[in-house]
Design a protein around this ligand. Structure first.
Ligand code: UD1
Ligand code: CA
Length: 483
């Protein structure tokens, strides 16, 4: 039984024994990603709302390596800032994965342990596969280079792994350089590998760019290692965790895979989804038990949902904390900072931003609640708007406990409505309302008896006069043309 790496550095579990083995991670992320046709570096494109590079870093972090370095270009300050405080080196010379690995020489040359080489564009590699790489590195035949190979459904342009008769690896041929026969090899190179740190740079220094792309291929270290008399081998993993992202199609396929996994995990945790394929989750969605999610719900980052919550169709949630027993939607929008209390209700066409609903508070229809606090069991009527922005700054609305806000009210912030107060429908509230008070802030109703009747009669008369004028004019025109 394999066990994942112990949290303390250098100590890993190998064949049931705690063994000291140092690891380093070299993450290549300096590719331009030209096939994505984007102004954003490839590794910052997201899957399930998480940038590709974060997927890789979070996996490697579970392994707690002794050293970690990400290779980027000088022009990719966005990536450097994003991965901060993770150490970064710049690829300034040469093109290709070999040139990228060479850029980290200062950090990793002569490293006394295993260097994991990972690609920033291969996000789903699992910690277990990294563990398997180490296990293979420490196996009796002591391979200096261990590759992760896979059998994709469509091998496309992946590099192919050429094995020797004894099952060890002879070389990797890149698709562009492969013969037609080699292109038929189904075993593909994922790009992820584990290399003896003592040898890595001795091998890389011998790589040249004499190939179809004119680049330095990292993959060439395999046949160079063989020439040095070293053993190279491979382990296998499933395509799902090794797909490389090069194009928008790949990105969409990766999203499809990630969503399928997230949905399956949610279902396994006790969430009911009426039509799972139409629910979009985020990598960090936190879900309780006995949640029911209707069709066509979009959950973006930073959402946590408690037990027994119902999310009705077409709701859109982001940065929201939803407590036990709440019901949301249909067609609700919860924006960052929405905190929905126990048994609260946010109904259709209600938008909540940076606002807290205490236990049992409700906004059942058509409302905008921003920068607000809504006390326990308060009821927000249809059409209520918190006017939180005066064009320059945002202000807060505080609604006490057990407050009733009548329909179509505007609460002009900053404003406080005291506990138990009632605001009459159609009010524009600009001043604080005391606890227990009734506030009606609209024009008093005016009624003029018979006024409408007279108005209609007069209007009808005017219409008749105008009509006869028109016919006079028309007949005059007619005479003129006839003459
Ligand atoms: C690479 C492998 C191929 C493998 C495939 C798996 C090589 C030569 N080929 O091809 O065998 O089947 O991945 O997905 O290694 N990068 C740099 N600097 C560069 C070029 C690339 O840092 O100059 C980084 C990229 O950011 C990316 C990774 O290296 O994260 C892979 O580069 P990419 O150009 O996508 O390689 P592939 O053509 O996919
Ligand atoms: Ca790639």
């Amino acid at each position: 039984m394999l066990t994942l790496v112990n949290q303390s550095k250098n100590i890993i579990m190998l064949r049931g024994k705690m063994t000291e083995h140092k690891t380093a991670a070299l993450i290549l992320a300096a590719g331009w990603g030209t096939r994505l046709k984007s102004d954003i570096p490839k590794v910052l494109h997201s899957v399930a709302h998480r940038p590709l590079i974060s997927w890789v870093l979070s996996t490697i972090d579970q392994f707690n390596p002794d050293k970690k370095v990400v290779v980027v270009r000088e022009s990719m300050s966005m990536v450097k800032d994003f991965v901060d405080p993770c150490p970064v080196v710049y690829q300034t010379q040469g093109e290709g994965t070999g040139a990228a690995a060479l850029a980290a020489r200062e950090q990793l040359q002569g490293f006394n342990g295993t260097v994991f080489i990972m690609f920033g564009d291969t996000p789903f590699i699992s910690p277990q596969t990294l563990q398997n790489l180490i296990e293979e590195r420490c196996s009796d035949r002591k391979p200096s280079v261990v590759l992760v190979g896979f059998y994709p459904e469509d091998a496309g342009e992946y590099g192919r792994i050429v094995c020797a008769a004894d099952g060890t690896v002879e070389k990797i041929v890149e698709y562009k350089d492969a013969t037609p026969d080699q292109r038929h090899i189904p075993l593909c190179n994922s790009g992820v590998m584990a290399v003896d740190g003592q040898w890595l740079y001795k091998l890389l220094d011998q790589v040249d760019n004499n190939n179809a792309k004119g680049e330095l291929y990292l993959t060439d270290i395999v046949h160079i290692a063989r020439q040095e008399g070293l053993v190279c081998s491979h382990i296998e993993a499933h395509e799902d965790e090794l797909m490389g992202i090069n194009s928008r199609i790949d990105l969409a396929n990766a999203e499809f895979e990630a969503q399928a996994k997230l949905r399956a995990a949610a279902l396994a945790m006790g969430v009911t989804m009426i039509d799972p394929d139409t629910v979009y989750l985020s990598f960090d969605t936190k879900l309780g038990r006995d949640i029911v999610i209707g069709p066509h719900v979009v959950i973006k980052p930073g959402v946590s949902i408690g037990d027994n919550v119902t999310i009705e169709s077409f709701s859109h949630l982001e940065g929201a904390e939803i407590s036990d027993g709440a019901t949301i939607g249909p067609f609700a929008r919860l924006r960052p900072g929405a905190k929905i209390g126990i048994n609260s209700k946010i109904g259709n066409f209600v938008e909540v931003k940076n606002s807290e609903f205490a236990e049992g508070a409700k906004a059942s229809h058509l409302a905008y609640i921003g920068d607000s606090f809504v006390g326990k069991k308060s009821n927000i009527g249809a059409g209520t708007i918190t006017c939180n922005y005066d064009g320059h700054k945002k202000s807060k609305t505080v609604i006490g406990e057990g407050v009733f806000i009548g329909s179509n009210s505007s609460l002009v912030a900053p404003v406080t409505i005291g506990d138990g107060a009632i605001v009459g429908a159609g009010s524009t509230v600009t001043k604080d309302v005391e606890p227990g008070a009734l506030c009606v802030a609209r024009m008093r109703q005016l009624e003029k008896k018979g006024w409408a009747e007279k108005f209609h009669t007069n209007s009808d008369k005017e219409k008749n006069v105008t009509k006869s004028n028109v016919s006079v004019i028309d007949s005059q025109k007619l005479h003129k043309t006839e003459s």
